[in-house]
Ligand binder design. Structure first.
Ligand code: ADP
Ligand code: MG
Length: 599
C-alpha cells in the first residue's frame, strides 16, 4: 500500500545530486484522501444494504428460494424471453423497412411511413394490445384472396388465429417497429454524405451500399439506443398481463395472490429481470465492439469491456509486409500492377463533354461547358470556389445528372442510351457498370472507416467486377506498394495520416482499372507537409497513360504535370490551353486576376 516514508529520500539527499542513479529511489504514489473517504462511504452503503436485505425476515428469502426455480416461474420466464426475442427481431425488421421508406424519394411511401410511426408512437401500448385482442369484433374473419374481387383462397375466424400470445407478439412488434424505425433512420442520417458518394462512385449496387457501407457505420449510432429499446421491451412485456398471458410477471402475480407472499415473489421476478439485463448488456458490449472496428484507439474502460478483452484479445492483426514501401515519385512505375493492356497513351479514356448545363434551382452551376479531353491527357481545372468544378466532375461519372448536354467516354454515353433521336436514361445497374471505368478521388478521401485499407481497396473489384477475393487482395497489395503503403494494409483509415488516407483512396480508385481518373481537390484537406506525398503519387500516375482530370489549386503542380489547363468561373469555361500559355500569358482578364491571387 501507500504507507511509504520519506526516510529513503532524506538519507539520499546527503548524497551528491550528480549521481544520476534515480533507479535507487522508490516511487511514492500520491495520496488521495477523498478517494479513501469515498471508498469507505461506498463500503458502508453496501454493508447496510446487504445487512438489511438479509437480516429482515420479511424479505422472505426462504419463499424466494422455493419459487425462484419453480416450474411455473420458469415457464413464465421462457414466455417473457420469447416475447422479447420475437418482438425485437420483428420490430427491427419492420422498423428497418419503415426507416428506408421514410428516407425514400417517393413522397407517398415516405408519408405512409411517417403516418405509421406517428400513429403507433401515439397509441399507448396497453390500448393497442386491447384493440388487437378485440379485433374479432371488428373483423369476424380473415380472408386470403385477391382484393376487390370475389376470389378467395382461404378464410379463418379471427378469434381462432389471434391467441393471446400472437396478439402480444403482434402488438409488441408493431409498437417496437415505430420506435426502431426512428432509431435506424437516425443511424442512416448519421453516416456522412461523402460515404454514399464514394460508394456510388465505386459503382457498388444500391443493396451493397446500404448493407456493407452505410448500415455498418449507422450501427454505431443505432446500437446504444437500439439495445435501450430491447431492454425496455423485456420489461414492457410485463404489460401483456392484460391479456391474461402468463409471462413472468403475470405468473408471480398468480402465485402471490394465492399464498399472499407478495414481496418474495416480486423479488423472484425482479432478480430474473436483473439477470436478463446483465445478459443483454453483455450481448450489447460484444455487438458494439464488433461495429466499433476502426474507430477506437483507447483501451477498454469498463468492467464488461475488460472482461471481453480478456476472453478474446482483440490484438491488431499482424500486418504482412509484402514489399518494401517505395516513394512513388522516386521509384519508377513498378510492373507489379498488371497494366491494362489497352492503356497505352493515346488509346482509351477519351472524354468528351458536349455543351453540358446544370442548374440548382435558379443557380446555373454549369453553363454549356464543352471540353475535349484526349486519351492519356492530364487536365488541370482551376477556378474560384463555386465555379462548378466539383459539379462538372460529378457529371462526368453521372453522380449528378446534367439538365442538358451529354458526356461520352470513348464514344460511349455516360448515363444514357441512344434510342433513335432520343436519349434514354439508363437504369442504376447499367450506370454503375459504366461508372466503374471512371475512378474518383475526393477532397475528404471518403475512405470507408469501418474497413481496413486493404478492404477499402478490394470492395469494388470483388463486389462490382466479380474479381476473386484472393486475386483482388494480391492486386490491392501491389497497389498499396505502388503508393508507398505496403505495410499499412491492415490499418483502419482513422489510424492513418491524411496523406496516407488519400494515397489509399487513390489506390482504391485504381483498383477498378479505370480509363479515367477524376481528382477533386485531392490535396486541399491536407497539411502542407503532406501535400507533396500525394502529388508525387499523382505525378507517377500521370506517366502511366491514364486520362486524368484534376481540380486543384496547386499551380506549380499543374504547370509541371498537366498537358492542358482549364480555367472555370461561374459555370463557364473561360480559358483552355497549355500550362505555359495559360499561366504565362492568359487570354482572359479573369484568369490573370485569379492567378495573381493564387500564385
Ligand atoms: P466548386 O467545386 O467549383 O467550388 P461546386 O461545383 O461545388 O463548385 O458548386 C458550384 C455551385 O453549385 C455552388 O454555388 C454551389 O453552392 C452549388 N451547388 C453544388 N451542389 C449543389 C446542390 N446539390 N444543390 C444546390 N446547389 C449546389
Ligand atoms: Mg469543389
Amino acid at each position: 500500500m501507500a504507507s511509504t516514508t520519506d526516510i529513503g529520500l532524506e538519507q539520499d539527499s546527503a548524497q551528491p545530486a550528480s549521481s544520476r542513479d534515480y533507479a535507487r529511489y522508490r516511487i511514492i504514489p500520491a495520496r488521495h484522501p477523498w478517494r479513501i473517504v469515498g471508498t469507505v462511504v461506498a463500503a458502508f452503503v453496501i454493508l447496510v444494504s446487504l445487512h438489511s436485505t438479509f437480516t429482515n425476515p420479511r424479505w422472505g428469502w426462504d419463499v424466494f428460494a422455493k419459487f425462484f426455480f419453480s416450474q411455473p416461474v420458469l415457464v413464465g420466464l421462457g414466455r417473457t424471453l420469447l416475447l422479447t426475442l420475437l418482438a425485437s427481431v420483428l420490430g427491427f425488421l419492420i422498423g428497418g423497412l419503415l426507416a428506408f421508406a421514410r428516407v425514400s424519394k417517393s413522397p407517398l411511401l415516405s408519408s405512409l411511413s411517417w403516418a405509421y410511426i406517428w400513429l403507433l408512437r401515439s397509441i399507448p401500448l396497453i390500448v393497442l394490445l386491447l384493440v388487437l385482442n378485440n379485433l374479432g369484433y371488428l373483423y369476424e374473419s380473415v380472408n386470403l384472396g385477391v382484393p376487390f374481387t370475389n376470389i378467395l383462397f382461404a378464410q379463418f375466424k379471427t378469434v381462432d388465429i389471434l391467441s393471446p400470445f400472437s396478439v402480444a407478439v403482434i402488438g409488441l412488434s408493431l409498437n417496437q417497429a415505430a420506435f426502431s424505425a426512428e432509431i435506424i433512420r437516425g443511424g442512416i442520417l448519421s453516416v456522412d454524405q461523402g460515404q454514399h458518394e464514394a460508394a456510388a462512385a465505386l459503382g457498388l449496387s444500391r443493396r451493397r451500399q446500404a448493407l456493407n457501407i452505410v448500415l455498418p457505420q449507422a450501427m454505431r449510432a443505432i446500437l446504444p439506443s437500439g439495445f435501450n429499446e430491447i431492454i425496455g421491451l423485456a420489461k414492457a412485456t410485463s404489460i401483456v398481463y392484460v391479456l391474461a398471458l402468463p409471462e413472468l410477471f403475470y405468473t408471480v402475480q398468480v402465485i402471490y395472490k394465492r399464498n399472499l407472499e407478495v414481496i418474495p415473489l416480486l423479488m423472484v421476478a425482479t432478480v430474473w429481470y436483473l439477470i436478463i439485463m446483465i445478459i443483454l448488456s453483455l450481448v450489447q458490449a460484444v455487438v458494439e465492439r464488433h461495429y466499433a472496428r476502426g474507430t477506437r484507439r483507447e483501451t477498454p474502460s469498463n468492467i464488461i469491456d475488460l472482461a471481453l478483452a480478456y476472453l478474446r484479445p482483440a490484438a491488431p492483426r499482424p500486418s504482412v509486409v509484402s514489399a518494401a514501401p517505395i516513394r512513388a515519385a522516386k521509384a519508377p512505375a513498378r510492373p507489379s500492377v498488371a497494366p491494362r493492356t489497352d492503356i497505352v497513351r493515346g488509346r482509351v479514356g477519351h472524354v468528351e463533354i458536349h455543351a453540358v448545363s446544370k442548374s440548382f434551382g435558379s443557380n446555373k452551376v454549369l453553363d454549356t461547358v464543352t471540353l475535349d479531353i484526349r486519351p492519356g491527357e492530364v487536365t488541370a481545372i482551376l477556378g474560384p470556389s463555386g465555379a462548378g468544378k466539383s459539379t462538372l466532375l460529378r457529371t462526368i461519372n453521372h453522380l449528378e445528372r446534367a439538365d442538358a448536354g451529354v458526356v461520352t467516354i470513348d464514344g460511349e454515353l455516360i448515363g444514357y442510351e441512344r434510342q433513335g433521336n432520343a436519349l434514354q436514361e439508363l437504369k442504376e445497374p447499367a450506370i454503375r457498370l459504366r461508372r466503374a471505368s471512371v475512378g474518383m478521388v475526393f477532397q475528404n478521401f471518403n475512405l470507408f472507416p469501418h474497413l481496413t485499407a486493404l478492404e477499402n481497396i478490394i470492395e469494388a473489384p470483388v463486389a462490382v467486377q466479380g474479381v476473386p477475393r484472393d486475386e483482388a487482395i494480391a492486386q490491392a497489395r501491389d497497389l498499396l506498394a505502388r503508393v508507398g503503403l505496403a505495410e499499412k494494409a491492415d490499418a483502419y483509415p482513422r489510424h492513418l495520416s491524411g496523406g496516407q488516407q488519400q494515397r489509399v483512396a487513390i489506390a482504391r480508385a485504381l483498383a477498378l482499372k479505370p480509363k479515367v481518373l477524376l481528382f477533386d481537390e485531392p490535396t486541399s484537406a491536407l497539411d502542407p507537409e503532406l501535400v507533396g506525398e500525394v502529388l508525387d503519387v499523382i505525378k507517377e500516375l500521370a506517366t502511366s497513360g491514364t486520362t486524368m482530370i484534376i481540380v486543384t489549386h496547386e499551380v506549380g503542380f499543374a504547370r509541371e504535370v498537366a498537358d492542358k489547363v482549364v480555367f472555370m468561373e461561374a459555370g463557364r469555361v473561360l480559358e483552355v490551353g497549355a500550362p505555359a500559355q495559360v499561366f504565362n500569358a492568359p487570354n482572359h482578364p479573369r484568369t490573370a486576376e485569379f492567378l495573381a491571387k493564387v500564385l
